[in-house]
Design a protein around this ligand. Structure first.
Ligand code: NAD
Ligand code: ZN
Length: 382
């Protein structure tokens, strides 16, 4: 029986307060409105950005809220004006959108800074009417980055939905919707190491290891990984990394260590930590004359990046990459196709180190807070 046009009652993991375990509740999900899509989420994983907005240190609190943005699912119904999606389509919701009409979406030089649907972590409502589609006994529950995937059903703007090949296994491609594209794209689309070049990767979570995979696929000769957590090094050995550096093992800045190890600096570096200190080190460890550093991590609200301007004058390049420089609706279906055709060079199983049924979603938070494993796949139907 079709549920289109009706309110759906389902389970969601609701964050009632900053830093408190999520609680599984029965919620009501309203039908999608104009330019919206209601999606049955089958798999979701936790990315560090969810943790920032759950802990809410320094960010404006917005609770109760349904977090979650790395996910995969199937379209249940579509709202008015949605022509390119229909019930049954396999999709990845994306935390940042592509309206295909604004100055950014039409620009050849901009990839994913859409004026209408660019990520907005502070907005907890839908654009169409400024209201939420989630409620518990009439009390509204706020959305998160337009995706809110810690719910069996969610409502997303059509511009934040990538329609993918129905043959793609939805559990395996789930991390493509955030962590994989963010890291892999930062290397292959932005840092662009040439074959034989040296690359430093700062931060060995899923984003950093996806960036390391990008370096391996590009043919880097040395991939030097930097992390403060030695537990990460064991996991990272499966990812083609050639050397590990823990800044805590040295009594000088890690950029000096890397400059010495490489006779002048690495050719490329990609920062995936969110620590401003690591961002500065990542920039200062690239070779003068040609080195390129790409920042990916999300900094704290009052962080400031400080380096001597001479470091730039001596022909180093500092860049930032958002969502791996991919266009969400246009590029992501192609990335999934490449993964299926084994052209991406990525083994998704290496990233999915844990899995839990929906009721145990808080375990995924514990694992990430302890720095154990990479992605924990949460099964919403289990
Ligand atoms: P994660 O917590 O799994 O991994 C981060 C790693 O960085 C950890 O292993 C940690 O030990 C390490 N680290 C922290 N401070 C460090 C330092 N000073 N030096 C060296 N290593 C350090 O997180 P993740 O899910 O892989 O995400 C990584 C970052 O990417 C986060 O900041 C996240 O918010 C950000 N992110 C950015 C985008 C984007 O589009 N730019 C998208 C998704 C995630
Ligand atoms: Zn746009």
């Amino acid at each position: 029986m079709s549920t289109a046009g009706q309110v759906i009652r389902c389970k969601a993991a609701v964050a009632w307060e900053a830093g408190k375990p999520l609680s599984i509740e029965t919620i009501e999900v309203a039908p999608p409105q104009k330019h919206e899509v209601r999606i049955k989420i089958l798999f979701t994983a936790l990315c560090h950005t969810d943790i920032y907005y759950w802990e809410c240190k320094g960010y404006t609190p917005l609770f109760p809220r349904i977090l979650g943005h790395e996910a995969s699912g199937i379209v249940e119904s579509v709202g008015e004006g949605v022509t390119d999606l229909q019930p049954g389509d396999h999709v990845l919701p994306i935390f940042t959108g592509e309206c295909k009409e604004c100055k950014h979406c039409l620009s050849e030089e901009s990839n994913n800074m859409c004026d209408l649907l660019r990520i907005n972590c502070d907005r907890g409502v839908m654009l169409a009417d400024g209201k939420t589609r989630f409620s518990i006994n009439g009390q509204p529950i706020y959305h998160f980055v337009g995706t809110s995937t810690f719910s069996q059903y969610t409502v997303v703007h059509v511009g934040q939905v990538a329609k993918i090949n129905p043959n793609a296994p939805l559990d395996k491609v789930c991390p493509i919707s955030c962590g994989i594209c963010t890291g892999f794209g930062a290397t292959v689309n932005v840092a662009k190491p040439k074959k034989g070049q040296t690359v430093a990767i700062f931060g060995l979570g899923a984003v950093g290891l996806a960036a390391a995979e990008g370096a391996r696929v590009c043919g880097a000769s040395r991939i030097i990984a930097v992390d403060l957590n030695p537990k990460r090094f064991e996991e990272a050995k499966k990812f083609g990394i050639t050397e590990f550096v823990n800044p805590n093992d040295y009594n000088k800045p890690v950029q000096e260590v890397i400059v010495e190890m490489t006779g002048g600096g690495v050719d490329r570096s990609v920062e995936c930590t969110g620590s401003v200190q690591a961002m500065i080190s990542a920039f200062e460890c690239v070779h003068d004359g040609w080195g390129v550093c790409v920042l990916v991590g999300v900094p704290k609200i009052d962080d400031a990046f400080k380096t001597h301007p001479m470091n730039l004058l001596s022909e180093r390049t500092l860049k930032g990459a958002f969502y791996g420089n991919y266009k969400p609706r246009t590029d992501i279906p192609l990335v999934v196709d490449k993964y299926l055709n084994k052209e991406l060079g990525l083994d998704m199983d290496k990233f999915i180190t844990h899995s839990v049924p929906f009721a145990e979603i808080n375990q995924a938070f514990d694992l990430m807070l302890k720095g154990i494993g990479l992605r924990c796949m949460i099964h919403l139907d289990a």
